[in-house]
Design a protein around this ligand. Structure first.
Ligand code: E4P
Length: 217
């Protein structure tokens, strides 16, 4: 399972990269704004800064919502760095744009996916990644993990190569459940990744080992 970090915070991206387990980064306009990155030039520069920290794929989202605008913007984003994957919303023109990019060798991440039907269209258009937002479904008392299971089943039925990128991950258990269901990738905050390390018996055991060592030294 690939681990992406879902942030535009350079310090957190570096921390995850330094752990040695990071496979990529996802961003979105809200995450950029949260870091105070505004204005087209600053945003483009920030994508390059992220690419220079991490070894893997970096999703960069288009703002345009029409086909021509998405193509123009996506081509500009893709030309910034070879690690950039163009992130496109699952709307009608978005599906057309994903097909265009697929045909032109530009990798895409189909975002804001909340149903199996949307994921099916993304795969048919040749998206590299599809991003079902599990946390936001949970937020409205729907079952985010069930969507991951449905998409896995559908993609496996037909051999679609689009990678399931479980997004809107909120905590460590989401990551475990997505791994059980066969998501190809998960993207979450640093807290969810380091949350995987937490276990009280590890803390107790380590404290005991150190105490016993210190008795004889
Ligand atoms: C995915 O690529 C999105 O950036 C993200 O996972 C959304 O997560 P949120 O629901 O926590 O905002």
């Amino acid at each position: 399972m690939k681990f992406f970090i879902d942030t535009a915070n350079l310090a957190q991206i570096k921390e995850a990269q330094d752990l040695g387990i990071l496979d990529g980064v996802t961003t979105n306009p809200s995450l950029m704004a949260k870091e105070g990155i505004t204005g087209r030039d600053n945003i483009l520069k920030h994508y390059v800064d992220i690419c220079n920290i991490v070894d893997g794929d970096v999703s960069a989202e288009v703002i345009a919502t029409d086909f021509d605008g998405m193509v123009k913007e996506g081509e500009q984003l893709a030309s910034l760095h070879e690690q950039i994957v163009v992130k496109i919303p699952v709307i009608k023109d978005g599906i057309k744009a994903i097909k265009y990019f697929t045909d032109n060798g530009i990798r895409t991440n189909c975002t804001l996916v909340f149903s199996a039907g949307q994921a099916l269209l993304a795969a048919k258009a040749g998206a590299t990644y599809v991003s079902p937002f599990i946390g936001r479904l949970d937020d409205i008392s729907s079952d985010g993990l069930n969507l991951i299971a449905d998409i896995r089943l559908i993609y496996d039925n037909y051999g679609y190569e689009t990678q399931i990128l479980a997004a809107s991950v909120r905590h460590a258990m989401h990551i475990i459940d997505c791994a059980k269901l066969g998501a190809d990738v998960m993207t979450g905050p640093l807290s969810s990744i380091v949350g995987l390390l937490k276990h009280p018996l590890t803390d107790i055991g380590l404290a005991q080992f150190l105490a016993d060592y210190n008795k004889g030294n």
